[in-house]
Design a protein around this ligand. Structure first.
Ligand code: HEC
Length: 122
């Protein structure tokens, strides 16, 4: 009897853990096409402020970087920026295109360490 209760409780715990895992959102980075993303980055004009490789420029910070912003935060920011950046609605840039841009930026190599750049050595 005790044994049966124990296994029932154990079973419920397992079910509980299972459903808790199932409720977590899937890691939602849609597969993007980095090459198409690079073209969009230039065409839409992100490069004008953020630099050709998202390295940062006169009018925008570095966005091609590791670690990247989480994809959801990346989309949210582009739709509703809080500072100087203009907003991009779904009409201007579809989420699928943002996924391509994200894939492009994520595909870039990380910035070199500062002390590996001779001019920046103390
Ligand atoms: C007119 C200049 C300008 C353009 C064009 C622009 N941005 Fe920005 N972006 C900024 C600035 C400035 C910031 C810093 C925060 C702010 O002022 O909004 C920023 C911030 C961001 C951030 C948030 C960075 C962080 O770490 O929080 C992301 C992501 C981003 N831009 C992506 C893009 C993408 C993708 C495009 C093209 C669809 C784009 N931006 C076009 C100026 C620009």
């Amino acid at each position: 009897m005790t044994r049966r209760i124990f296994s029932t409780v154990a079973g419920l715990v397992v079910i509980g853990i299972g459903s808790a895992t199932a409720q977590q959102p899937a890691p939602s980075v849609p597969a993007g096409n980095a090459k198409a993303g690079q073209a969009l980055f230039m065409k839409i004009g992100c490069y004008q402020c953020h630099g050709n490789e998202g390295q940062g420029g006169a009018a925008g910070p570095r966005i091609g970087r590791s670690p990247m912003l989480a994809f959801r935060n990346f989309v949210t920011y582009i739709r509703a920026p809080r500072g100087e950046m203009p907003p991009y609605s779904a009409k201007v840039i579809a989420e699928k295109d943002i996924a391509d841009i994200y894939a492009y930026l994520a595909s870039l190599p990380p910035a070199p360490a500062v002390d590996s750049i001779p001019l920046l050595k103390p």
